[in-house]
Write a protein that binds this ligand. Structure first.
Ligand SMILES: CC(C)(COP(=O)(O)OP(=O)(O)OC[C@H]1O[C@@H](n2cnc3c(N)ncnc32)[C@H](O)[C@@H]1OP(=O)(O)O)[C@@H](O)C(=O)NCCC(=O)NCCS
Length: 215
């Protein structure tokens, strides 16, 4: 759990997300950041996690070291008027007017489940992630993408609906990065590895992994 809110002094537009999220059904890993230059980024729960009501018991789970750009949205199930019905009008929601049983209110919408985001995922400006979607480690979601299906690890996706543009690395490199899970290393080892991580030096990172395994 991050103990401070702002990773950069004098930048009130960027927050460590798990320092500001209060809803227990939103779980965010350490170092994941959200930037918002229009609204207060501390209002992420209210402005970005939409149609997310306790009655559905759905979770938004975001891994470590993710970067979430301004206006990205997570659209939960209460937005999905049920397609089982012959009408999309949410009759069960207006139980008083239609003299219906209040306990059936959740039948007004379809249930697609949690949204889960891996580690080291970059979500672009105003992207929308739909209910039930899983985004793999290392993926990139393009600006204004609408993500309706699962995204493979280290895939770059874009468009409406989001389609794979390409993978970030070869299958061999992706396999190694997924096995190494650098985001779970002790913070001091990650700090030591920054020259390799930031320059794309896979062999340098591999050498540091050996040091992590020995420690
Ligand atoms: C998705 C993204 C990472 C791709 O970057 P890239 O690999 O350098 O992209 P390119 O410009 O080489 O484009 C590759 C292809 O993807 C398409 N593409 C790029 N971005 C796209 C997007 N957001 N939505 C749909 N298609 C996109 C391009 O049209 C191109 O298609 P083509 O191969 O048919 O010609 C980038 O375009 C993007 O959206 N970044 C997010 C930016 C952002 O939101 N920043 C917020 C601040 S953190």
């Amino acid at each position: 759990m991050m103990t401070k809110t702002y990773p950069r002094s004098n930048d009130l537009q960027t927050v460590y997300l798990n320092a500001v999220v209060k809803d227990p059904s939103i779980v965010v890993g350490d170092f994941t950041v959200y930037n918002d230059f229009r609204s207060d980024p501390r209002l992420f729960e209210k402005n970005n996690v939409l149609y997310h009501y306790p009655i559905n018991h759905e979770r938004l789970i975001i891994g470590k070291f993710c970067s979430i750009a301004c206006g990205a949205k997570f659209l939960f199930n209460c937005a999905n008027h049920t397609l089982r019905s012959l009408s999309t009008y949410t009759f069960p929601l207006f139980y008083d007017d239609w003299e219906l049983d209040k306990k059936d209110v959740a039948s007004a919408w379809d249930h697609k489940g949690d949204i889960t985001i891996g580690n080291d995922v970059w979500i672009g400006y105003e992207a929308v992630v739909m209910a039930g979607v899983h985004i793999g480690d290392g993926a990139i979601i393009g600006a204004r993408a609408v993500v309706t299906k699962d995204v493979a690890p280290y895939a770059i996706v874009g468009g409406v609906p989001a389609k794979e543009i390409r993978k970030r690395f070869s299958p061999e490199v992706i396999k190694r990065l997924q096995a190494w899970r650098w985001w779970d290393w002790p913070v001091d080892k990650i700090r030591e590895s920054l020259p390799f991580l930031t320059s794309g030096d896979l062999e340098g990172l591999s050498a540091n992994l050996k040091a992590v395994q020995k420690s």
